[in-house]
Design a protein around this ligand. Structure first.
Ligand code: NAP
Length: 517
């Protein structure tokens, strides 16, 4: 039997009392480790984090807590090779794709360490200037943000076992709020190992960071009014969390990052083969294949003027055809596997559904697997679908509401700019849309049109061709999250991320008292 990974709760390592759920290598099919959370004393675990971890963190200033983030970053940096090995084995990702998760997490930590430095030695954050409450300036209102005295519970998705932890933990710890993370079972190993390395290095106060691997049963029942929960995953699970007693009755604050039908849009007026056209084709092919399309921000819908449909299909397909798929250990392979068989089946089912309203422009099934047994490996080639005409773009409702969490995107032709924007909005709120064009005024106007329904609008003109950070790359400086279907959450965005972990209060007092804060 494989090793059973322990949980870290209440300041110690505790094994679950059950047999455990095995984690697999999605390429070779071998069992790697097991996780189990049966029989854990979750009430004590949450109490310990809240009381010991919270108090210890709040006793520090923002600058001191920023120092903790920098120390975590150093520990992770020192163990990077091990993390890459775990990612290859458990996520089936090639090195570049593992980097998005592993180095993306370390980069986000270091960004928050720097931001935290800038907050200095204080222990609360003033929010705006004092406002006079009467005729005389003596009695005023000053808003302040203070860290919530609870636990931050993170329930994470399988696709980012590293970044998914650190992009949430960095602002939480910087705010002075202890963290309990429950990674998705399929890829919990990397999260558990990172927490283990940080715990072993002794860089955090007791209770500041805990990890529960395995079933989520009972976790939400522990939540109290000053705790917060941050969830990343499917819309179905999100709905369960939103309707949980703690959230409904205790007003426990909740942040949801769910699925999204992200768009890429080539504005009207760009010729086939123009710089903007090529930038779109390149980014679509990249987004479809990075992490085998298992990115919440990946491009799912590609909008082009009807006259350019054929040329765009050809340009994107030509790039996809060059993608070698298979065992990530083989240097020739550019795209590894999906995370497990359940995801492979789900991608196949989603594709079948989309194919009822779209035709295949590039068939992933045509990619022979390199160094991998098709009967075992959860690998699948990239597939580009298309809906053919602008009229069909209106009728093809599935394209606008079915997220296939794999290397799949659909080309959607439009009549004019207004039609394109209306089609993009049929995603009902997304994490990100990217725009491609060369007319700054048209790009700016389209960006503002889409801003209310997107957490981020990524605008690419030829002048930033060599500098832009990529449609799907979530930069800690920018907001991550999206309205509506995307979950309605907000993460990152520099220091804005700290708001979630702080409570706002208006202090009404004399000018002298406010000056003494
Ligand atoms: P999922 O099935 O909803 O699982 C997400 C997490 O919820 C896992 O940790 C899972 O644990 C846990 N969970 C399952 N049932 C639960 C319950 N009843 N109560 C509490 N927790 C529960 O989603 P997934 O399939 O792993 O993730 C893929 C989806 O996530 C995609 O739709 C993708 O778009 C979305 N996603 C969004 C973002 C974003 O930032 N917006 C980022 C990444 C992924 P187990 O693993 O143990 O079941």
């Amino acid at each position: 039997m494989s090793e059973l990974l322990s949980n870290f709760i209440g300041g110690r390592w505790v094994a679950g009392s059950g047999a455990g759920t095995p984690l697999f290598d999605p390429v070779l099919g071998t069992e790697l480790v097991r996780v189990d959370a049966t029989g854990l004393d979750l009430a004590s675990a949450f109490g310990f984090a809240r009381e010991q971890g919270g108090a210890a963190l709040r006793a520090l200033s923002y600058r001191e807590r920023a120092g903790l983030l920098a120390a975590i970053g150093k520990v992770l940096q020192a163990n990077r090779d091990e993390y890459y090995a775990i990612a290859t084995a458990n996520s089936g990702t090639v090195k570049n794709d593992s980097a998005v998760d592993i180095d993306g997490g370390i980069y986000t930590l270091s960004t928050y360490a720097k931001l935290g430095e800038s907050l200095g030695e204080r222990r609360f954050m003033p929010d705006g200037e004092p406002a006079r409450l009467g005729k005389e300036p003596l009695f005023q209102s000053q808003h302040v943000l203070t860290p919530t005295r609870g636990v931050a519970l993170f329930i994470n998705a399988f696709n980012f076992p590293s970044w998914g932890l650190w992009e949430k933990a960095a602002p939480a710890l910087l705010s002075g709020v202890p963290v309990i993370v429950k990674p998705a079972t399929a890829t919990a190993w990397l999260t558990q190992r990172m927490v283990k390395d940080v715990v072993d290095a002794g860089v955090l106060p007791a209770g500041a960071l805990s990890v529960v691997c395995g079933s989520s049963a009972g976790l939400l029942d522990q939540l109290q009014p000053f705790d917060v929960i941050s969830f990343t995953g499917s819309a179905e699970t999100a709905a369960l969390i939103r309707s949980h007693r703690a959230v409904v009755q205790g007003s426990t604050r909740v942040n949801i990052e769910a699925d999204s039908l992200n768009s890429a849009l080539l504005l009207p007026g760009e010729a086939a083969g123009s710089e903007a056209f090529e930038l779109l084709a390149k980014e679509v092919a990249r987004e479809m294949t990075v992490k085998s399309g298992q990115k919440c921000t990946a491009i799912r819908r590609v909008f082009v003027p009807e006259a350019l449909y054929g040329a765009a299909a050809e340009a994107i397909s030509a790039r996809l055809a060059k993608t070698t798929v298979g065992n990530p250990r083989n240097e020739a392979v550019r795209m590894g596997s999906l995370v497990n068989r359940a995801q492979l089946n789900s991608v196949r089912e989603g594709l079948a559904l989309l194919k009822q309203q779209a035709t295949v422009l590039h068939d992933g099934a045509g990619h022979a697997l390199v160094d991998a047994d098709p009967a075992v490996a959860c690998c699948v080639g990239p597939t580009l679908l298309g809906v053919g005409t602008a009229a069909q773009s209106d009728a093809a409702d599935r394209v606008h509401d079915t997220e296939v969490f794999g290397p799949v995107a659909t080309l959607v032709p439009y009549r004019d700019a207004a039609h394109a924007l209306a089609l993009v909005r049929r995603g009902q709120g997304s994490l990100v849309a990217s725009l491609y064009g060369s007319d700054p005024k048209a790009l700016a106007a389209a960006a503002l049109e889409l801003a209310d329904s997107h957490g981020r609008v990524h605008v690419i003109s030829p002048d930033v061709a060599a500098q832009h950070t990529g449609h799907g790359n979530v930069m800690p400086q920018s907001l991550h999250g999206g309205p509506g279907r995307a979950g309605g959450g907000e993460e990152l965005g520099g220091l804005r991320a700290l708001n979630f972990y702080h409570r706002r209060s208006a202090l009404q007092a004399s000018t002298e008292v406010l000056a003494a804060l």
